[in-house]
Ligand binder design. Structure first.
Ligand code: MG
Length: 160
């Protein structure tokens, strides 16, 4: 078994949709990025790549590559899972924590879990997404951006 950790941050700006865990959330601002800037999914991808010691999201999906402009990050997650499976890795579980002062994310967490689980080819019971504020402190507290942490456990049927 292998453990992995991922962390990501994106800036909140006007004129962009807010997409978290593959869910478009009604809000007056959205996250800035080359892709859809889905910070939760990005942290999950980095956790998975980290567990397998296969580098990071920036190495696999560089923001200089036009192929990934505006891309649905769940697609990048599917691509990441294809790579992991080709090396015998399977997901035990994933756990993400998103740090956002606003909007309230509780109503969307189940949909996010379902999206992430579907992209990883696992059951939603293996995927957790939690949301917290940072009590008004720092860049998430001021609403400048949203951050997300994720950890995962992988196991390898090939006995690597
Ligand atoms: Mg990112």
């Amino acid at each position: 078994m292998r453990i992995g950790h991922g962390y990501d941050v994106h800036r909140l700006v006007e004129g962009r949709p807010l997409i978290l865990g593959g869910v478009e959330i009604p809000f007056e601002r959205g996250l800035l990025g080359h892709s859809d800037a889905d910070v939760i999914t990005h942290s999950v991808i980095d956790a998975l790549l980290g567990a397998a010691a296969l580098g990071d999201i920036g190495g696999h999906f560089p923001d200089t590559d036009e192929r990934w402009r505006g891309v649905d990050s769940l697609l990048l997650l599917r691509e990441t899972m294809r790579l992991l499976r080709s090396q015998g890795w399977q997901v035990g579980n994933l756990d993400a924590t998103v740090l956002a002062q606003r909007p309230k994310l509780a109503p969307y967490l189940l949909s996010m879990r379902r999206n992430l689980a579907d992209a990883c080819g696992v059951d939603p019971s293996q995927v957790s997404v939690k949301a917290t504020t940072e009590e008004g402190l720092g860049f998430t507290g001021s609403g400048e951006g949203i951050a997300s942490h994720a950890v995962c456990l992988l196991f390898n049927g090939a006995g690597r």
